[in-house]
Design a binder for this molecule. Structure first.
Ligand code: 5GP
Length: 141
């Protein structure tokens, strides 16, 4: 399947639709998942067009992992998480629903099961509050 630039993350990257942005550098952007599987669930995307791991430029893969590591540290700190899961899906059979490569950064809490994948929209104010916590943790280093 060829990369389709009308996907929702491409629109976020072009600034055509809003997102709760938490981090940006030359090669990557990170923002809140609007249907979080846990509090603090964040997505990291490359700024280059790639549908999945199979067509992602290796240098961009490295950039996404580097941003993912920053975000993992920040969400762990911001939410006092017990652990952090980094996950990504390639192809519909693997569970991918948005066809611009993305890395899920999912804080895990020992006493809480994960909520369902992409199922229920979080409250807008809560997402903004969570984004602010992550931005503050990133600034604190
Ligand atoms: P995938 O299933 O492709 O791995 O993950 C897509 C993710 O994008 C899901 O976790 C879903 O909750 C999230 N998502 C879907 N639509 C939007 C959107 O419009 N904005 C944001 N920020 N996340 C979205």
């Amino acid at each position: 399947m060829a990369y389709d630039p009308s996907n929702i993350f491409a629109k976020i990257l072009r600034g055509e639709i809003p997102a709760y942005r938490v981090y940006e550098d030359e090669r990557t952007l990170a923002f809140m998942d609007v249907m979080p599987q846990s509090d603090g669930h964040t997505l990291v995307v490359p700024k280059s067009p790639a549908e999945n791991i199979f067509d992602l430029d290796p240098a961009m893969a490295a950039a996404v992992i580097q941003s993912g590591q920053k975000l993992a540290r920040a969400v762990k700190h911001a939410f006092n998480a017990d652990g952090v899961m980094l996950v990504q899906y390639n192809g519909p059979a693997a569970g991918q629903t948005v066809f611009h490569f993305h890395l899920h950064v999912v804080p895990r809490y020992a006493d809480q099961p994960l909520r369902s994948h992409g199922r229920s929209m979080a409250d807008a104010r809560l997402l903004e509050e969570h984004a602010q916590r992550i931005r503050a943790a990133l600034q604190a280093g």
